[in-house]
Design a protein around this ligand. Structure first.
Ligand code: NAD
Length: 464
């Protein structure tokens, strides 16, 4: 099928590349000209395991193209994905201006042939109908500005007569950064919301190879469930899923804080409750709180939507405030160990909001850095991706080291912030010898406590 994906971030690029890989002809559009140049040269602007290889393979096969020209993308695609960012505004609501710009642009370039417009971005409930309205506005504006150069009359006539021949589908995305390609080929479910049978059928045809697990890890598994709903239920499914996961983490963090006080071990507690099939063992790791580009903004957007409709979300507000407090937990533990932080050196192991990504948006490391700066500590950091990139990522007063030993050198304490796998196998004996004080705060309960203690580290976890 002919597909256009607008916005080539973590979601759009992965979606475009994977849809090309399963056999569709995809044009990816981004208004960032530098990014498009990079992608045309075969390089991925983001780090995501397996993405670059697939990008190159499918570009070479002629199934994947990149452009900054929206008109070209709209002309090409029978299915048009909107996959631009929807960051949070200071009020907590979702900033939909990028979606609006794209929807208007699509309207201005529709050429009469039937199109399915897909909201892949996470957008507030009601956005399906709103996007339809903006696309129609875009069409109307275009009709008001006839083309005056050569051949314009015929085009103007076609535009004037072109019907609103499109439908909108909500198809929220559930991929996880760090395993986005894997998740796209092995989804838990595909959600399709629309009032148009024709549009749903086209989406089902698009996703058929994924539903049949032709590119999945285990093709013998039953087909991927496809959940077909109305527009607003599909939009709500995305927010409810993220709000549930964020609340689950806040829950185990609250339990961890009680464990800390009563002398229980939250890792054992998590295991004990996670074996209950009603609870499940995922998202029960206590730590320094949730962050990243989705949970914080999606939870606050849902709270905001509820408020708009006169409902106070007590549980979600509590999940947020537990998380805000949790982000300070490392600071409390450092103060307990080192007392005064002014003039002390703290080394951070990991900066990105989770392993296997280069994404720093709303990472817990950022709150920690801000607080350590405020209290006068010297901050060093080592992160497998950030240290390699040579970019400062806008971090102020942080010395980015290029290897873990340089990080440990003359540190008063280390803090594990991101659970990169390679941190399990560092030479902690050498690192402890380089430190002023062999203290390690394990912000993710990730490291081997016994091993570190046998080396001579003072190990402090979260809730254990
Ligand atoms: P991103 O910021 O990484 O990428 C957005 C891209 O859109 C950028 O490349 C930007 O240049 C481009 N863009 C902006 N305006 C444009 C325009 N007018 N025309 C063309 N391109 C334009 O965003 P992301 O992380 O991929 O998220 C996209 C959406 O998907 C968001 O709504 C997000 O909530 C949702 N989502 C993200 C994730 C995730 O893990 N990142 C997971 C599920 C859902």
């Amino acid at each position: 099928m002919r597909v256009c994906v607008i916005g080539t971030g973590y979601v759009g690029l992965v979606t475009g590349v994977c849809l090309a890989h399963i056999g569709h002809h995809v044009i990816c559009v981004d208004n960032n000209v530098e990014k498009v140049k990079l992608m045309k040269s075969g390089q991925s602007p983001i780090f995501e395991p397996g993405l670059s290889e697939l990008m190159q393979e499918n570009s070479q096969a002629g199934r994947l193209e990149f452009t900054s020209d929206l008109a070209e993308g709209v002309e090409h695609g029978d299915i048009l994905f909107i996959a631009v960012g929807t960051p949070a505004l200071p009020t907590g609501e979702s900033d939909t201006r990028y979606v609006e710009a794209v929807a208007r642009g699509i309207g201005a370039h529709l050429n009469g042939g039937y199109k399915v417009i897909v909201n892949k971005s996470t957008v507030p409930i009601g956005s399906g109908d709103w996007v339809r309205m903006i696309v129609l506005d875009g069409m109307a504006e275009r009709k008001k500005t006839p083309i005056t150069v050569g051949g314009g009359e015929e085009v103007n006539r076609l535009i004037e007569q072109s019907p609103a021949n499109f439908d909108v589908v909500s198809n929220p995305e559930f991929l996880r950064e760090g395993s986005a390609v894997y998740d796209t080929f092995n989804p838990d479910r595909i959600v399709l919301g629309s009032n148009s049978k024709k549009a749903i059928e086209m989406m089902q045809e698009l996703y058929a190879p994924l539903v049949e697990r032709k590119f999945g890890e285990d093709p013998s598994l039953p087909p991927v469930p496809v959940v077909v709903t109305d527009l607003s239920s599909a939009e709500m499914i995305k927010y409810a899923a993220n709000a549930f996961l964020a609340t689950k983490i806040s829950f185990i963090n609250e339990v961890a804080n009680i464990c800390d006080r009563v002398g229980a071990d939250v890792t054992q507690v998590g295991q004990g409750i996670g074996l209950d099939s009603r609870i499940g063992n995922k998202f029960l790791n206590a730590g320094i709180g949730w962050g990243g580009s989705c949970f914080p903004k999606d939870v606050s957007a849902l709270i905001h939507t509820a408020n708009d409709y006169g409902y106070e979300t007590e549980l979600l507000k509590a999940a947020v405030s537990v998380n805000q407090r949790q982000r300070l937990i490392v600071l409390e533990k450092l103060q307990h160990e080192l007392k005064i932080l002014k003039g002390k050196t703290v080394g951070l192991l990991g900066l990105t909001f989770k392993p296997d990504t280069d994404d720093m948006r709303d990472a817990p490391s950022l709150s920690l850095i801000e607080q350590l700066n405020r209290l006068g500590a010297r901050i060093k950091a080592y992160d497998p991706i950030v240290s390699q990139s040579g970019l400062s990522h806008g971090l102020s007063n942080v010395i980015i080291e290029t290897n873990p030993e340089m990080l440990a050198d003359k540190c008063d304490a280390l803090v594990l912030v991101t659970e990169w796998k390679e941190f399990l196998a560092l030479d902690y004996t050498k690192m402890s010898n380089l430190m002023i004080n062999p203290v390690i705060i394990d912000g993710r309960n990730f490291l081997d406590r016994e091993k570190l203690e046998s080396i001579g580290f003072r190990y402090i976890g979260i809730g254990r």
